[in-house]
Design a protein around this ligand. Structure first.
Ligand code: SAM
Length: 178
């Protein structure tokens, strides 16, 4: 299944850190791309730098028209899941969502445009308490993949060697890459 994350309402002066975390979670939890409604070249550069060092082929596109992206996604047969505290419990629809070939997961910042509720195939809550787009995305993606996303190999220049006690990383130098 292909998964992309659409981040709505990014305000560069306020949301830099949290949108970066949305991107990091999207990458680490198996999405192939984050689309950012709003322009923030520095943030995109920071995430691209993570991909360069830590591997994988995650992409970031900023300054997208969210409506156009959502419309094109649906026209090409993709499904849209909007994460919102007002939605129905995601456990009720996750099995059906897993049947999709391509899923766009939408998260907001403050209020989201009302049209997204109409365009979404599912408006789902990760619980119905207000929390965070980062938490909602992580829990949703983890349940979507049933934990398998955490086994993914990224094959980066930097790799962590899991250790019960020490911080061990391997850094591959340019000349090792052949
Ligand atoms: N009251 C706001 C609203 O209109 O949803 C909450 C905004 S919250 C700071 C930012 C984003 O976090 C939301 O747009 C949603 O994507 C996500 N979020 C927060 N709590 C959530 C929950 N319980 N379930 C799913 N998503 C949630």
């Amino acid at each position: 299944m292909r998964v992309v994350v659409l981040r709505l309402g990014h305000r560069p002066e306020r949301d830099k850190r949290i949108t970066t975390h949305v991107g990091l979670v999207a990458r680490a939890f198996g999405a192939e791309e984050m689309l950012l409604a709003g322009r923030d070249d520095k943030l995109v550069g920071g995430l691209e730098d993570v991909v360069l060092r830590w591997g994988g082929d995650f992409q970031v596109r900023s300054n997208v028209s969210w409506k156009r992206e959502a419309r094109l996604w649906k026209e090409s047969g993709g499904k849209i899941v909007h994460l919102t505290m007002y939605g129905t419990p995601f456990s009720e629809s996750i099995k059906e969502i897993r049947q999709s070939e391509a899923v766009m997961v939408v998260v907001g910042a403050e209020k989201v445009p009302p049209e997204i509720y109409e365009m979404a195939d599912w408006n789902v809550g990760v619980g119905n308490q207000p929390h965070s787009e980062v938490a909602a995305l992580a829990v949703f993606l983890d349940r979507l993949w049933e934990g398998e996303e955490l086994e993914k190999e990224f094959d980066g220049k930097i790799q962590v060697v899991p250790s019960p006690r020490y911080k061990t990383v391997i850094e591959r130098r340019e000349e090792d890459e052949g």
